[in-house]
Design a binder for this molecule. Structure first.
Ligand SMILES: C[S@@+](CC[C@H](N)C(=O)[O-])C[C@H]1O[C@@H](n2cnc3c(N)ncnc32)[C@H](O)[C@@H]1O
Ligand code: SF4
Length: 391
């Protein structure tokens, strides 16, 4: 091992675990809140728990500035703006936010209310990520969404009127009953809203979801899904969005700083129910993973104490090449070998054989210090990454 593990940029992930209704395809740590649009959620207690949780994690990151904050879920937009404001004020009293810090809030269009977006902006949120999924009302119904396409468009326009210009729209494709023409129509409706960023995910049947137990009729097969992906990729590029990660497209200068930091194997604190963090401990030449209790009730009861930690794990050096590749090979730009050494603390010589195998297979290509996935490699990311599994 080269003793060269250096601390990368730091992000903060905040998990807000409740949703109005659980979508049948979703395996995120999200809990249906039976009280409707959240009238009686324990907002105050949860913000207290988040701040106590953050305080408890602070010794891991003394003195390091935070470059991005991401409120993910669940449905963070269930939380009224005053709670997001209170959290951000508490967090900025405990941590230094770097200038231009990106602060994203995931938003379900079914929770958009007039006047709310101005207040989120006032609280410091400067980017919104809308879970749109589709603009086809039949598809939205089959996905169990709580909004229709007109509500989705109206929510995005409300946010734009409130001054948000850095918006992401999440769309999914290969939906039950979806044809290529329908997927293209979804994109056209998205383009009409002129978002700065698009995420375009293939619907996957995740274990332990309603869809995995009872797959819906009419899911396009792998070849049709690939067809949709290729066509859509070209359409999105033709509109001036750069394809920079498997599912992510951005206008110039509008890539998601928070997700980029994950994909570049950066560091992040994870606070909130079930949140995961990854922190490089330079002095110890170690990389720590830490996660929190998953269930909101247990989290609320224990956050901020040693008992609130779901687990800690140190990433053994043998496992780091695989973990690093799992992230950076999602990126069109790939990685630099200098960065590999800095972020894993390992010498490049240790992966020379695997890299050569990937070059020979036509999966990766090298120019200077930079290694990038080829078109073929992007199609077989799992196989490429598997080369780096520990023996
Ligand atoms: C954690 S969700 C947050 C968005 C927000 N909760 C909502 O649904 O409106 C992030 C995104 O992941 C995508 N997603 C969730 N489950 C998926 C699945 N099974 N397959 C593909 N994409 C999925 C959706 O596009 C979703 O908007
Ligand atoms: S609203 Fe989002 S987080 Fe909640 S269940 Fe649906 S997809 Fe999952």
């Amino acid at each position: 091992m080269s003793d060269s593990l250096t601390t990368p940029p730091l992000s903060l992930y905040v998990h807000l675990p409740w949703c109005v209704r659980k979508c049948p395809y979703c395996d995120f740590n999200s809990h249906e809140y039976k009280g409707g649009k959240g009238s009686a959620l324990p907002y105050d207690a949860y913000v207290d728990a988040l701040l106590a949780d953050l305080e408890h994690d602070l010794p891991l990151v003394w003195g390091r500035p935070v470059h991005s904050v991401f409120f993910g879920g669940g449905t963070p937009s269930l939380f009224p703006p005053e709670f997001i404001d209170r959290f951000l004020q508490g967090a900025s009293a405990r941590l230094r936010f770097a200038p231009g810090c990106e602060i994203t809030l995931e938003t379900n269009p079914g929770t958009a209310e007039h006047g709310r977006f101005e207040l989120y902006r006032g609280a410091g949120v400067n980017r919104l990520s809308f879970g749109i999924q589709s603009f086809d009302d039949g598809c939205l119904q089959r996905l169990g969404r709580i909004h229709d396409s007109r509500e989705a468009e109206a929510a995005v326009k409300l946010a734009q009127d409130a001054g948000f210009d850095n918006l992401n729209l999440d769309l999914m494709y290969a939906l039950p009953g979806q044809t290529l023409a329908m997927a293209e129509r979804d994109l056209e409706r998205a383009f009409a809203l002129d978002p700065a960023h698009l995420s375009h995910y293939q619907l996957t049947l995740e274990p332990n979801t309603v869809f995995a137990a009872r797959p819906p009729q009419g899911i396009p097969d792998e070849d049709s899904a690939w067809d949709i992906q290729e066509h859509c990729q070209a359409l999105i590029a033709a509109r001036g969005y750069e394809h920079y990660e498997v599912s992510a497209y951005a206008r110039p200068q509008r890539r998601c700083a928070h997700n980029l930091n994950y994909w570049r194997y950066g560091d992040y604190l994870g606070i909130g129910a079930g949140a995961h963090g990854k922190i490089t401990l330079g002095a110890e030449q170690a990389i720590l993973r830490r996660w929190k209790h998953k269930h909101p009730t247990e989290y609320l009861a224990k956050a901020g104490s040693e008992a609130g930690i779901g687990g800690d794990d140190r990433i053994a050096p043998e496992r780091r090449p695989f973990e690093y590749m799992l992230n950076v090979l999602r990126l069109v730009e790939g990685f630099s070998l200098a960065d590999y050494e800095a972020r894993t603390g390992l010498a490049r010589a240790g992966i020379a054989t695997q890299l050569q195998a990937a070059f020979d297979a036509g999966w990766l290509e090298q120019s200077g210090d930079r290694v990038r996935p080829t078109e073929l490699g992007r199609r077989f990311t799992n196989d490429v990454v598997a080369l780096f599994l520990p023996d």
